[in-house]
Design a protein around this ligand. Structure first.
Ligand code: BTN
Length: 246
């Protein structure tokens, strides 16, 4: 039942995307559950919503984990919630208190320190593999508004591998949470969810802007918003929200 995260460890100097590398291993039928692929540099790093993920060689942490979920497809959101909660615990070990920006970006005081890209592979109507890709700014933050790094927040430099070792330790140690009570996991994710209790600007796919405040998430992982007193739910592809300027 248990997965050993880090059972296989592959370290690459350069790759297009560690998520692609993991997907190829799975495709070849030669992938072990819990395999970690880490790269110093990605030539085609990918983020959510078709964004790219930039890298500076060997400065920040970029890796993917190939994982065989042992829960049904209806509960596929478990990994997104779990991986974000574990990032919060991990960064706390490095002295930072974080918030999750829905769906699963990791923020420190209004600035993004890392992101998660999960890609699922199905066999028939069952989840077969999940690829959990993480990018964490360890020593450098990209020249973007609202970006930060562990170094920027703490003044300390760490090897990306040191951060990964802590993350894997937590992923392995908290598996009871991953497979345990669904609502408990959801509750923990909601506790970590930032930007609540404030009016925020949202934008729908068609560009339509509206205001609402974050209430939490539903069991599919959609964002629940209070929009003029009525509760509305939105999926990841349907809206984005504009950060308050801090
Ligand atoms: C996001 O914030 O949009 C998600 C970023 C995920 C980036 C990581 S880096 C390692 C893995 N390989 C990729 O191509 N993307 C993820």
């Amino acid at each position: 039942m248990m997965t050993k995260f880090g059972s296989v460890f592959i370290q690459l100097a350069s790759v297009d995307s560690t998520n692609n590398y993991a997907a190829n291993l799975i495709q070849q039928g030669s992938c072990q559950d819990g395999s970690v692929i880490m790269a110093d540099y990605q030539t085609m790093g990918r983020g959510q919503r078709g964004n790219s993920w930039q890298s500076v060689s060997a400065t920040n942490l970029m890796f993917s984990i190939a994982f065989q979920p042992k829960y049904p497809l209806e509960e596929q959101i478990r990994l997104a919630w779990y991986s974000a909660i574990i990032w919060q615990q991990c960064l706390l070990r490095f002295g930072m208190s974080t918030q999750i920006k829905w769906p699963n970006d990791i923020y420190v005081k209004g600035s993004k320190i890392g992101g998660i890209l999960i890609e699922q592979q199905l066999k028939g109507s069952q989840l077969d593999w999940s690829v959990l890709g993480c990018g964490i700014n360890v020593n450098e933050s990209p020249e973007l508004k609202h970006a930060t790094s562990i170094y920027r927040e703490t003044g300390q430099r760490f090897k990306p591998l040191t951060v990964l070792a802590e993350y894997l330790d937590l992923l392995n140690g908290q598996q009871a949470l991953l497979y345990g009570d669904f609502l408990k996991l959801k509750g923990l994710f909601e506790e970590g969810l930032g930007f609540r209790n404030q009016q925020l600007q949202f934008e729908k796919k068609d560009g339509l802007a509206f205001e609402g405040s974050i209430l939490g998430v539903n069991e599919q992982g959609q964002l629940l918003l209070d929009v003029n007193g009525s509760v509305q739910s939105y999926g990841n592809q349907e809206i984005r929200f504009l950060l308050p300027s801090t």
